[in-house]
Write a new protein. Structure first.
Length: 142
């Protein structure tokens, strides 16, 4: 659209706020900010945690640890995004992302790892590729 065009100016589009609650199209599980779970959580669908989880989380889909979340657990998912506090080891099949508001105290193992400026992280990082199961591990030199 040109500055001096005769066409009417389109109405500005409303900004859509990023929602951490899964919509009905996305499906998934939402653990609200007033929920506390102790034990093992497993599943095959997307999970969003805004509450407290202590123990172990193992999902085969994506996991989002929201800004209000307090997770004290060993975590594994396809992709893990941390916005809140997580105390425990994280492993992912594809990617781990720590956004600026994240605080993580634990080790991270994933092929791709993104740590945003401002994120707090204490632990080690392992981005090594997995050894295929049908090939033997290389022999160590003597």
């Amino acid at each position: 659209m040109a500055l001096f065009s005769k066409e009417p100016t389109p109405a500005p589009r409303p900004e859509t706020a990023r929602s951490t609650t899964p919509s009905t199209q996305q499906g998934g599980t939402f653990i609200g900010p007033n929920i506390t779970i102790e034990g093992t959580v497993t599943g095959s669908e997307r999970m969003v945690v805004e509450g407290t989880v202590r123990g172990k989380i193992h999902v085969s889909a994506d996991l989002l640890v929201g800004t209000k979340a307090r997770v004290e657990a060993t975590v594994h998912a396809r992709n893990v995004t941390v916005e809140g506090k997580l105390n425990g080891d994280i492993s992912a099949d594809d990617r781990v992302e720590l956004v600026a508001s994240a605080t993580v105290d634990g080790n991270i193992k994933a092929p791709k790892i993104v740590v945003a400026e401002g994120a707090k992280f204490r632990g080690s990082v392992d981005m090594g590729s997995r050894v295929p199961k049908d090939e033997p591990a290389p022999a160590k030199a003597k």
